[in-house]
Ligand binder design. Structure first.
Ligand code: CMP
Length: 140
């Protein structure tokens, strides 16, 4: 398996509880390397643009409101099979369904306030990385 890059976010519920380091440590312990990282307070418009694929969903407003309610740490992670590995360490979207030891099982509060986001496929990873980072900000 080739080295991949994926996009990750530590969401406002987690930054509010001072969990940036704890969550990043779980990603690193899973073998992922942080090759770009910055803290942003996204605007409502930036949240709507990032989550545009969900704009017809009933939870879209709530999602964009929450994502623009406080700081988020946006990151690029690198490693073997990074997209699948990140999703494995994050756990299921709903923390009630997440496996033991996953980030969402340990830290998430609800399906909305679920602490982290990770790209689901190579095309979305490339698109999501580009949404938040320029090429020179990603240092492998
Ligand atoms: P994420 O991986 O960031 O991708 C889309 C997000 O929408 C998802 O995590 C959840 O936080 C959120 N989401 C999905 N379903 C619901 C729901 N039923 N209610 C509120 N938020 C949801």
């Amino acid at each position: 398996m080739a080295i991949e890059r994926t996009f990750s976010m530590i969401k406002p519920d987690a930054t509010r509880r001072n969990l940036t380091g704890a969550i990043t440590a779980m990603l690193e312990e899973a073998g992922l390397r942080v090759v770009a990282s910055k803290r942003v307070w996204m605007s409502r418009r930036e949240a709507e643009g990032f989550y545009a694929v969900h704009k017809e969903r009933p939870f879209f407003d709530e999602l964009c409101e929450f994502m623009s309610s406080g700081p988020t740490v946006v990151q690029v992670l690198e490693g073997e099979n990074a997209i699948a590995k990140n999703r494995e360490v994050m756990g299921a979207t709903n923390p009630a369904d997440a496996a033991d030891g996953t980030i969402r099982k340990v830290h998430a509060r609800s399906i909305g306030e679920n602490s982290v986001h990770g790209s689901d496929a190579p095309a979305t990873a490339a698109q999501e990385i580009k949404y938040w980072f320029s090429d020179i900000e990603v240092v492998g």
